[in-house]
Every structure is written in C-alpha cells, then in structure tokens.
Design a protein around this ligand. Structure first.
Ligand SMILES: [Zn+2]
Length: 308
C-alpha cells in the first residue's frame, strides 16, 4: 500500500518566480497511471499554466517528492526499464573530452544505461537518483548520491566532475534554482552539463493545446521548457550555452523509420483528422485516448552547457 497521496500547490513559476501567467488549460484526465499504480488527481483538477516572463509551462498541483519517491520505489522494475544504448551520447562525451579520461555524474541514472555505454572508458562513473534501481550497480565506478537533484543541500564527495548529464530530468524538477546551484558546485570550471528535455514550443502542444500534449500526462512531469528559458537560468548560474538543437527524443532517434512506427502513424493520422473521433475510438477500445506520440516530430531540446 502506498502512503496517502500528497499534493503540493505551485503558485509561481518554478524557474523565474513570476506569478504572472500567459495561458492556462485544464488536464481532462482524472487519473495518472505510473507502472501498475493508478493515482487519482486531486478533486479540483490539475491546470497547466504558462509563465508570462520566461514562457515555461508548469502544473498547478504536483505530487510531493516523498510521495513520488514512494511510487517509484514500488514500480522500480517497471519504469525507465526500456533499454536505450546511449551509443550516440557516449561517442559525443568521448569527443567532448578529447578522448582523455573524464569523471562523469549521471543524474537520474535509473538502470545505468548511460554508464554502461561508457564502461570501457576511464574515469569515475557516478550516479544520482532518488532510488538505486536494479541493474545500476555493475556500471557504477564512483559514488551513488541518493537524493533529488533539487535538494537544497546535497551530500556528496565534493570531488567535482568533468561532465554532469541530465537526460529526461528537467521535466521532473521541483526547484530549478536549487538544481542549477547544485550543478554549479558539481561541475569543474570549463566542465560540461548535457541536458535533454521536452520542447514545449513544438508543433503538437502549440497546435492542440498544452493540456492535451501526451508529455504532460505523466505524474512525474512537472515543468515544460523552451530552449531560451533553459539558457537563461543556466547563464544566471555561471554557465554558457556551447551548443543547442531541437531534435527527436533519444529513444525515438534510434527506431525512427522502422516498421513499428506504422501503428503510431495511423494513430497520428486519425488524431490529426479529428482529436474527438480519436478519443471516441480509444474509449471504445478501453484506451485512454491520450494524444499519440509522433515519431517524426522534433519535440526535444538538447543543450550542452559549459561552466565559466
Ligand atoms: Zn517563469
């Protein structure tokens, strides 16, 4: 049994603290699914707000960190288990470090797929996550920091890293300011931070409404970024943007073009034709009717930051 569901209100932009909003839309779903858990949303419903200042989107109600950690612990074998080989990212990291040994901390390391891709290279291979997932241990060659990267006070070795990676983490944050403060202390001068997260400026949410984007339907997704907002908060914490691009999600890049996309394309076609009919057919088939994910949309931001 899970502890009582705990929710917290978000009354100002978690990134820039402005309470002025530009847009608001209510999530239609009353339930979240996470692994095998079905979690009821609070009675009043969840609204997606857009900050009038930095233009990020955020939810008005989010699960507390403690509650989320508990759900994740319970579902740890089922969530994030989708294998991805991180081949492209590991090559990029080697090039970035001029094929010299480097120390890396992977934030949200989950089952250790990125550290596994780097297991034949030299240097510390450390991880930070809220729980230690099965499978990480063989690839850990450094410290394991058990915490949220948002923690106001991180307990860690104090030995700084050449690279810190945050793949699919920025959308989970409670306090981006704490995160960037922590990043600034974790990374060596001239060291790098690699970030990948959803791009709220992409076609689907902009055309159909943020509250209908499949990406906002996760219990653990709290913030939806645009590249300018990431660059801005990074700069405020002593980083420069070395490189950025809008691209497909890392796991989608690998399978894009394969036959398995056909089913997804049919769903997409129907949704574009009529979201209402799509929802009706989905409900007849006991499916949620959440907007299908498009294998062709560049809906993620990839950024390399360097510490000044
Ligand atoms: Zn803001």
């Amino acid at each position: 049994m899970l502890a009582k569901e705990q929710w917290q209100k978000v009354t100002q932009c978690p990134s820039c603290s402005s309470s002025s909003t530009l847009y608001s839309g209510k999530l239609a779903e009353k339930l979240y699914k996470c692994g095998d858990e079905i979690i009821s949303a609070p009675q009043e419903g969840i609204t997606i707000l857009q900050c009038n200042n930095c233009r990020i989107y955020y939810k008005s109600l989010i699960p507390s960190a403690l509650f989320l950690a508990e759900v994740f612990s319970k579902e740890s074998r089922k969530i994030w288990a989708e294998p991805y080989d991180f081949f492209y990212e590991s090559q990029l990291l080697k090039n970035l470090n001029h094929h010299q040994p480097f120390d890396i901390l992977d934030i949200g390391a989950s089952h250790g797929h990125l550290l596994k891709a780097l297991s034949n290279t030299e240097g510390r291979r450390s991880a930070l996550d809220i729980i230690q997932y099965p499978g990480l241990q063989p690839y850990l060659k450094g410290e394991f920091i058990q915490n949220f990267i948002d923690a106001p006070q991180l307990v860690w070795s104090g030995e700084k890293y050449d690279v810190v990676t945050m793949f699919d983490i920025m959308e989970h944050l409670y306090s981006p300011k704490n995160v960037f403060k922590n990043l600034a202390s974790l990374v060596k001068d001239n060291g790098y931070v690699l970030i990948e997260t959803g791009d709220a400026d992409n076609y689907w949410p902009q055309k159909y409404g943020m509250e209908d984007w499949w990406y906002v339907k996760f219990l653990e997704h709290h913030i939806f970024w645009n590249s300018e907002a990431i660059k801005k908060i990074a700069e405020e914490h002593g980083f420069t943007t070395l490189f950025w691009e809008i691209k497909k999600h890392k796991s989608r890049r690998a399978i894009s073009g394969h036959f398995e996309n056909l089913n997804q394309m049919l769903k997409m076609g129907l949704y574009i034709f009529s979201p209402k009919i799509y929802l009706k057919i989905a409900k007849l088939n006991a499916k949620s009717g959440i907007q299908p994910w498009s294998p062709f949309t560049n809906d993620h931001i990839f950024i390399i930051l360097q510490k000044k």
